[in-house]
Ligand binder design. Sequence first.
Ligand SMILES: Nc1ncnc2c1ncn2[C@@H]1O[C@H](COP(=O)(O)OP(=O)(O)OP(=O)(O)O)[C@@H](O)[C@H]1O
Ligand SMILES: [Mg+2]
Length: 270
Amino acid sequence: MSNPNPTFLIEIENLNFAYGSRPVLSGINMRFGLGQVVAVMGTSGSGKTTILRLIGGQIRPQAGAVRVSGQSVHELDKGGLYALRRKMGMLFQFGALFTDLSVFDNVAFPLREHTDLPEPLIRDLVLMKLQAVGLRGAQALRPAEISGGMARRVALARTIALDPQILMYDEPFAGLDPISLGVTANLIKRLNDALGATSILVTHEVQQSFAIADYVYFIAAGKVAAQGTPEDLMSSTDPFVRQFIDAAPDGPVGFQYPASPYASDLGLRS
Ligand SMILES: Nc1ncnc2c1ncn2[C@@H]1O[C@H](COP(=O)(O)OP(=O)(O)OP(=O)(O)O)[C@@H](O)[C@H]1O
Ligand SMILES: [Mg+2]
């Protein structure tokens, strides 16, 4: 069961972020405990991927901070940032495999890039990671020869190649069949426990993420709209949480990207 008093490996404090003049996140506070799987949910465009990019130090907040092990990410120098990223594994939302490399070489890539390990050891590590995702038998195949779900698992093996302490998954369930969905969710949980890592799971998938998450944040319009354990949220009466969990089309969450009035866009006079 989840630890009620975790040590927080990652803390986001009073963070504001805008792309140019377009505010995306405002006054965000979040904490990610050591050993936990934390789900970050919210509608499309709410800022979830942006949060992952802030944690990885790819972009800088205009106010507030992301702290990893107490260190403010945006204050790290190049060397510090490199060391931090070495501890992180990221499964990108549209992450692609190298199409001209075999499954084996895709997983070996970060090991060859970031370590001086001898090739026999790299081989053992790659096979161990492929075994963990159930694809040791597919090591010689190229990405074009495997299914989309298998490709996702290879990407997962590549993500964990360096035994990261922080694992970030951006929509790992997109496009998977119901069985692969369950397999992937279990895998994320097992890998987190085996590595003693902190996993951040960005997803729309309520059922799978609630099954494995210790804690859940709901993001809406750039703010934390709700948070709690899956049990808390399942019994929540908050209209936003209910709309999301019950997948209701009507509720506080709107469908439209902010736009000028439709009539004026069409050149009609109101
Ligand atoms: N590089 C960028 N430049 C300008 N605006 C951006 C950029 N990336 C994202 N945005 C905007 O920031 C907002 C948040 O984007 P983000 O990708 O974080 O959303 P998301 O919650 O991950 O959505 P989805 O579920 O669709 O992946 C969106 O309104 C998007 O249009
Ligand atoms: Mg996204």
